[in-house]
Ligand binder design. Structure first.
Ligand SMILES: NCc1cccc(Nc2n[nH]c3ncnc(Nc4cccc(O)c4)c23)c1
Length: 232
């Protein structure tokens, strides 16, 4: 997160850190007791290794009550996701067991009504991604408020040049923005997850490249279907 501030500890108890060998790789969030939603692109540089999911954390390194690393039973990328574009950039992770819910570990509801969030709506994005252009990584969860911008503005030639589909949304990225390592985290508007951070052009903090999010509502049926099928 560029230009943000340290989140109030455990006020975003849905936040997950997707880790490999104890290293934060991507964000994610708890959508059900045994399920985390993140971004499919997060599996790109993992050469087949399976993530572990850290829940209940504020600091990535310090011991904290209710902080716990969960093993992942299954990682299910959206079938439409691919390395060439940002389409269907969603990843479902089934935890080895149900997460123990408490004050520090809670589910975040996601939007099921497929209607655009109005431009200028102020939403919040949080994560343990880089906090500077030099790539400095925070120990504690960061957050930043960002206004939604219209798809038409985001699709302008000098911005994302008509690559933003109705299953994506954008926020202004002038100075304050999501960045490397924030992918997979939720864009929260009015207490509901409306989008999932996707890297897009990978640019951070430049208003000419607004931040792109995969809208969640269009995928509600897919998410429900995967969770129901795995439940058996
Ligand atoms: N703001 C959109 C957004 C959301 C999520 C991730 C991203 N960026 C990135 N995703 N993956 C990356 N691998 C390498 N570099 C990256 N961006 C980067 C890093 C240092 C300085 C800087 O100006 C930009 C990214 C960008």
């Amino acid at each position: 997160i560029l230009g943000g501030s340290e989140a109030q500890p455990h006020l975003r108890p849905y936040m997950a850190s997707l880790q490999l060998d104890g290293q934060h790789v991507c964000g994610g969030f708890l959508i059900a007791e045994q399920w985390v939603l993140s971004a499919a692109h997060c599996t790109e540089e993992t050469d087949g290794k399976v993530f572990q999911v850290l829940l209940g954390a504020h600091s990535l390194t310090q011991p904290e009550p209710h902080k716990r690393l969960y093993r992942v039973r299954a990682q299910i990328p959206h079938p439409g996701s691919n390395i060439h574009n940002n389409k269907d950039d969603l990843l479902l992770l089934q935890l080895e067991e149900k997460a123990e819910l408490n004050a520090h570990v809670q589910v975040l509801p996601f939007q099921r009504e497929d209607r655009d969030v109005a431009a200028d709506t102020v939403c919040v994005v949080a994560g343990w991604g880089t906090i500077s252009h030099s790539g400095r990584r925070p120990d504690k969860l960061q957050e930043v408020e960002r206004p939604v911008i219209s798809r038409d503005l985001c699709n302008e030639r000098t911005r994302h040049d008509h690559t933003i589909t109705h299953k994506m949304m954008c926020t202004d990225s002038r100075r304050k923005d999501s960045c490397k390592g924030d992918s997979g985290g939720p864009l929260v508007c009015g207490g509901v997850a409306e989008g999932v951070v996707t890297a897009g052009s990978r640019v951070c903090g430049n208003y000419k490249k607004p931040a792109i999010y995969t809208r969640i509502a269009p995928y509600a049926a897919w998410i429900d279907g995967v969770m129901a099928a795995a439940a058996g």
